[in-house]
Design a protein around this ligand. Structure first.
Ligand code: SF4
Ligand code: SF4
Ligand code: SF4
Ligand code: FES
Length: 950
């Protein structure tokens, strides 16, 4: 059978000074701190083991790995015994063989080797150790007490726990503690009664387990086993690819049988994830083959017509003739496109190229507009580059982590596990968040400071922190003098020193007690390597860009930039937010963040593409909607993005879509936007195509095709076909050629190629002549812009105010098991954890309104009204309510307003004034939603039957 070759050295690598010892007569030199087991593996000799594995600390419970050490009495366990200079070790002798055999016979007495049909057959470690030792059965038989009748726990949708196959090695418990950091498992009882228990002896599903799968992967037998292994069968090959969910960008080996994924194994070589994964990436890939997938191109004249299934060529011709007709009637600027952070770099590049070169307009924008556009603005202005400064590995050297407006355990779970590991090693933690997110207190983690600020007051808080740094003499003067522009710094110093920014003066604005802000500021400035990790709780505000400027100011003022363990780290929400921004899909920029007004850059593209690019920026997404309602923007090509669900003020968005004459949607499913579309290009999932994603640490990683596109074409091929029908040829035969073109056109990508990606595994841009293998840490020695620039960050309160009519602030966020608009995760078994969005509110607010958990509540804002089920929670602060936005029928964006960031138009999703009332029925919008949904599904079903009769 095929098996991924994963060499297991038994215990983790050490990094001490070299130590030389003798193993079985041969000299071996290894770093001090290495176990005898690992040293023997380095020398080419494998010592049998069961409880040891090199991803976990040695435990020493199974006693299979015994060795003899000259001068020592007894038989020490090689996994827990460290090497010493001059040590002489024997790993093989009759006595050792006899002892090991005895141990394995005992295991086998409660775990008979009935391996045929077992999911672990041929890759079970007990089976192979027994075979090596010549053990085929136990002399004790199964007559005595045993665990053979212990019931199997199948509660988890993705894996089973069969205690009858458990050898109590504790690897699962240690994986949950050390790798995942959830501490959901224990070995309860002693001796014969020892057994693995989830939480308080609950089923896995009811326990604190977050289904990361680390325990399953570490289990040496099939006691913990993925259901996929029995459902699909044994894999035939593995394909290295990258998770299509969040911005951590975990690398996976997709184990495949007949173009079907058997399981996704996180890659140990993956530099973003180092062998770990979360429930989404490891398990939630079933959406790719869900029956809701649309696999035929479709067209219709009106959105009230049934869909007609057509050939790709007919769809391209129809779409092109409609866009040309619209341009003929309303002018060249009456059409545009939207690219998606869920799609590959190559696809995003092609869509913006199609819009600029084939349609002749700069009306292209990306969904990053509504999430991290302020990051681009703020970091480009202060540091000179629109990206995070570090690699995730940098967290291993962090002394103080300041997490602002991010909830990594739900949004970026694998990074959260790495951060939690560092916190358990002693790093300090400051959390600035309106909610008491899991990081504030969870097993073995407690934030040193939780700053529970009021939504919308980020800038006042960052100013207060900076005020303490400046007025208490905590500025890193040497760093600032050497690395930053002096005049802007002095302006900022004078501004921030004003007592109006002090923690005491701003406490009434932020709601955070002054002593907490002072303590947190001192810790950040003096605690060693201090790193800022932030998320959409920073950017999705009317002052999102100001807040990013403020974060960069703080990092520069304290010298926390330009080396390992520090930096400014935006945690990107979707898999390819960084890439979508890098690829030139903002209306004012070409690839690599070069403004259209730069004639040299424009002419470079003109000469490569054979066109004449406009120097004027095109429309941003909100301006497209406005222009549609004005009757001047009539055609939109939406690739992989669901604006009708994800953009604010849904009713405004759907009115704009309804006003357009041709909406083209390219997606996997009939998403909310497609219900307003006239042309549907079926998309391909990440398993069906080649390409690259760029994660939050600027790391470009390959996705590789595992199965053929269900609709016959990968997305880049469909975009090519549409361009060809428009009369503009883009003759690529493989996505690698698209990347070659990106490299030719983009100074930060000149060294990137598929060949190099295959060779190095992944590359962090900039990758060019100065950094041929990429750049792990940015701004070392000098900022990209030369000198760092401070900006004055005046706090301006949002216009979205609470009043007697709307007395509560609604803020939004994610949950671990679901992802973004939920189009993918809702079509997986992840919905067993979260099958509806709920409204979290504090017990005081609930009591005042007579609301209990489970009640239906109306949530009304100035923009609209929806109805959700309530969840009363101490995690909230009084006056603030929270919801996720993973289900379209929740209408979370029916209530969000059109307020947006002053610099980038990023919507202010995080602050909406609302009122909550107990209700008995859905909102009017929801009733219309359900009705429209049914109608559109009927029109889709009509399309299916028309093809059947063709
Ligand atoms: S799946 Fe992850 S969280 Fe759950 S018990 Fe296993 S290691 Fe712990
Ligand atoms: S479930 Fe697997 S990993 Fe956990 S103790 Fe049992 S055999 Fe070991
Ligand atoms: S942490 Fe993010 S990238 Fe990694 S497996 Fe989970 S969803 Fe995928
Ligand atoms: S492998 Fe060393 S005691 Fe189990």
């Amino acid at each position: 059978m095929f098996a991924i070759n994963r060499e297991d050295h038994g215990t983790p690598a050490a990094n001490g000074a070299p130590v030389t010892l003798t193993i079985d007569g041969a000299e071996v030199t290894v770093p001090a701190g290495t176990s005898i087991m690992r040293a023997a593996a380095a020398a080419g000799g494998a010592i049998p083991k069961l409880c040891a594995t090199d991803t976990l600390k040695a435990f020493g419970s199974c006693r299979v790995c015994l060795v003899e050490v000259e001068g020592q009495r007894g038989y020490p366990a090689s996994c827990t015994t460290l090497v010493a200079p001059g040590m002489k070790v024997r790993t093989e002798s009759d006595k050792l063989q006899q002892l090991r055999k005895g141990v394995v016979e005992l295991y086998v007495s409660d775990h008979p080797l009935n391996c045929k049909g077992c999911p672990a057959d041929t890759h079970c470690e007990l089976q192979s150790v027994a075979a090596d030792l010549g053990v085929t059965s136990s002399p004790y038989g199964l007559d005595g007490a045993n665990h053979q009748d212990a019931p199997c726990d199948s509660s988890n949708p993705y894996f089973d726990f069969n205690p009858s196959l458990c050898i109590a090695c504790s690897r699962c418990v240690r994986a949950c503690d050390e790798v995942q950091g959830t501490f959901a498992l224990t070995i309860s009882g002693r001796g014969f009664d020892s057994k693995v228990s989830a939480s308080q002896n609950e089923s896995f599903m009811d326990s604190e387990c977050v289904s990361c799968g680390a325990c399953v992967e570490s289990c040496p037998t099939a006691a913990l086993s993925e259901k996929g292994l029995t459902l699909v069968g044994r894999p035939q090959k593995a394909v290295t690819t990258t998770c299509a969910y969040c911005g951590v960008g975990c690398s996976f080996e997709a184990e495949v049988k007949d173009e079907q994924v058997v399981r996704m194994v996180p890659s140990r070589e993956g530099k973003a994830n180092r062998g770990h994964a979360c429930v989404k990436g490891r398990f939630a890939y079933g959406y790719a083959t869900h029956t809701d997938r649309i696999t035929s191109p479709m067209i219709r004249a009106k959105i009230t017509d049934p869909w007609k299934q057509v050939s790709w060529d007919e769809a391209f011709k129809h779409a092109a003739s409609e866009f040309r007709r619209i341009q003929g009637k309303y002018g060249r600027q009456s059409v545009g496109g939207i690219t998606s952070s869920r799609c590959s770099n190559e696809e995003v590049f092609l869509v913006q190229k199609l819009v600029r070169a084939a349609l002749g307009t700069n009306n292209v924008d990306t969904c990053a507009r509504v999430c991290h556009s302020p990051t681009g603005y703020g970091l480009k202005h202060t540091l000179g580059e629109s990206s995070g400064t570090q690699a995730f590995d940098s967290v291993t050297q962090v002394d103080v982590a300041l997490v602002i407006g991010a909830n990594p355990t739900d949004g970026h779970p694998v990074f959260a596990s790495r951060l939690k590991r560092r916190l358990r090693e002693g790093a300090k933690l400051i959390v600035a968040d309106p909610r008491a997110i899991d990081l504030v207190r969870s097993p073995h983690i407690e934030a040193d400071y939780h700053l529970p600020l009021r939504p919308g007051t980020n800038v006042a808080l960052i100013n207060a922190i900076a005020h303490v740094v400046v007025t208490e003499g905590l500025v890193n003067e040497a760093f600032v003098a050497e690395r930053c522009e002096p005049a802007p710094f002095e302006r900022w110093r004078a501004f921030i020193s004003d007592p109006k920014h002090s923690p005491e003066a701003t406490a009434d604005i932020t709601g955070v007690a002054a002593h907490l802000v002072r303590g947190a500021a001192r810790l950040y400035a003096t605690g060693g390597n201090a790193a800022i990790y932030y998320g959409l709780g920073v950017t999705e505000h009317s002052q999102g860009s100001t807040m990013v400027l403020g974060i960069a100011n703080l990092a520069m003022a304290t010298g926390n930039i330009g080396r390992e363990g520090v930096g400014v780290n935006p945690l990107r929400g979707q898999n390819n937010v960084q890439g979508a921004c890098d690829m030139g899909s903002f209306p004012h920029e070409l690839t690599g963040y070069r403004h259209l007004s730069d004639a040299t850059t424009r002419h470079l593209f003109d000469s490569q593409w054979g066109v004449h690019l406009d120097a004027e920026p095109g429309l941003r997404i909100p301006n497209m909607f406005e222009s549609a309602l004005d009757g001047t923007f009539m055609g939109l090509y939406v690739h992989g993005e669901d604006i009708a669900q994800s953009d604010p003020n849904t009713q405004h968005v759907t009115a704009a879509l309804s006003a357009m004459e041709c909406v083209i949607v390219q997606d996997l499913f009939l998403n909310e936007t497609a219900k307003y579309a006239h042309v549907f290009f079926p998309g391909a999932s990440f398993l069906e195509k080649d390409g690259t994603f760029t994660n939050a640490e600027r790391r470009i990683s390959r996705i590789r095709q595992v199965m053929k596109p269900l609709a016959g074409l990968a997305d880049w091929e469909a975009t090519q076909g549409f361009a060809r029908a428009l009369g503009y040829d883009m003759p690529y035969t493989h996505p690698s050629q698209i990347m070659d073109e990106i490299a030719r056109l983009t100074p930060t990508f000149t060294g990137v190629s598929y060949e190099k990606l295959d060779r190095l595994g992944s590359i962090q841009w900039p990758c060019n002549d100065e950094a041929p293998e990429g750049t792990q840490t940015m701004h070392v020695g000098e900022f990209i812009r030369g000198k760092g620039r401070f900006y004055v960050t005046e706090y301006v309160a949002t216009e979205e105010r609470v009043n007697a009519r709307f007395p509560l602030i609604l803020t939004t966020g994610r949950i671990l098991s679901q992802y973004n608009v939920g189009a993918q995760t809702r079509r997986t078994l992840n919905s067993q954890w979260h099958d509806e969005d709920r409204l979290e509110l504090h017990p005081h607010d609930a009591e005042e309104r007579g609301v209990a958990t489970g009640d239906w509540v109306g949530v009304a804002s100035r923009a609209g009204e929806t109805v959700l089920r309530a969840l009363v929670s101490e995690r909230m602060q009084p006056g603030v309510v929270f919801t996720t936005f993973h289900f379209p029928e929740s209408g979370a964006n029916v209530i969000t307003t059109e307020n947006s960031d002053w610099a980038t138009n990023c919507p202010e999703y995080k602050v909406t004034a609302v009122q909550i009332t107990k209700v008995q029925q859905p909102s009017d919008w929801q009733k219309r939603f359900y009705e429209n949904n049914e109608q559109q599904l009927d029109l889709l079903r009509g399309a299916s039957s028309s093809r059947a009769t063709q």
